[in-house]
Design a protein around this ligand. Structure first.
Ligand code: AHM
Ligand code: MG
Length: 283
């Protein structure tokens, strides 16, 4: 596992440098060709694939940027499901973006997630790593290497509310639930990048991030294997909760296709209990 986390650190430096140096103007040009002109998310995918190709413990890779499963090593134990550059459209407006990694052993489902990690490319490069046995660990690039900063622990209740999905298409009880949180004094935080948004809520102690089922997207938008399940482990290990619209723990999800999505709610205990009441959840 150590080898995997070390590889993620190397990848983080390389992707950060691609984000900061790639010529975005050129990448969309009609006549573009050549590696430096690839779109950033494809470029990030290639960086990850190349780095993991030589990591023996990795059996296969599943990328948000690819359709199928890429088999790597017959002696490997783990499959890494990753979103190479989540929120990549935000690079154009110079907001923070991230990479997300879920490390699975066996069938690809929530219960088989062994560990997860994400990188935030912002004013600083930060990395958070978690497994089933400990709190999420925050690292930050200081000088030329990642330095351990602290474990992450959420409070029982937070102050921030990051509510995704097109409001016009929310159902009535979701709208009431979100409005009620604002009436209680919660403040809006939503950048459109789940990595910095979820990172902010975890580091500021708590709050709620939601991407609900809507009339236009009944299964939500965010992908189970690359986005939802890896962050569910982060929130649970930090002392929070992560559930779907029926109150089922996101770590119990069993996707039938690698790109399946799920409505999702990540928060500290208070907000998730409020969600259960508002939605009339039984689980
Ligand atoms: P992407 O993987 O195509 O970048 O999409 C995922 C992103 C998340 O980071 C973010 O929370 C969500 O899409 C925002 O969606 P919306 O614009 O509908 O609020
Ligand atoms: Mg994504």
């Amino acid at each position: 596992m150590k080898e995997i986390f070390e590889t993620i650190k190397e990848v983080a430096f390389e992707i950060d440098s691609a984000i900061k140096r790639a010529d975005l103007g050129y990448s969309d040009s009609e006549n573009s060709s050549g590696e430096e002109q690839l779109k950033l998310d494809v470029q990030s995918d290639i960086i990850i694939e190349k780095r993991f190709a030589s990591v023996k413990s990795v059996k296969a890779l599943v990328s948000e940027e690819k359709e199928g499963v890429l088999e790597l090593s017959s002696i490997g134990k783990y499959t890494i499901c990753y979103d190479p550059l989540d929120g990549s459209s935000l690079v154009d407006v110079n907001l923070s973006v991230g990479s997300i990694f879920g490390i699975y052993e066996g069938e690809l489902n929530g219960e088989n997630l062994i560990a997860s990690a994400y990188v935030v490319y912002g004013p600083r490069i930060e990395l958070v790593i978690v497994d089933r046995a400990s709190k999420p660990k925050l690292y930050r690039v200081v000088g030329s290497e990642f330095k351990y900063i602290s474990d992450i622990k959420m409070d029982e209740k937070g102050k921030l509310n990051a509510s995704g999905g097109t409001q016009q298409n929310w159902c009535d009880y979701h709208k009431t639930f979100i409005d009620d949180l604002f009436q209680e004094g919660y403040r809006l935080r939503y950048s459109g990048g789940m990595v910095p948004d979820l990172h902010q809520i975890m580091l500021k102690g708590g709050g709620l991030f939601s991407y609900p089922a809507t009339s236009d997207r009944p299964n939500g938008k965010l992908r189970q294997l690359f986005e939802v399940i890896p962050f569910a482990l982060m929130y649970e290990q930090a002392g929070g909760q992560a559930v779907n619209h029926k109150g089922v723990r996101l770590l119990k999800l069993i996707p039938s296709h690698p790109h399946d999505t799920s409505p999702c709610f990540f928060g500290s205990n208070y907000e998730i209990e409020a969600l259960r009441k508002a939605y009339g959840m039984r689980e």
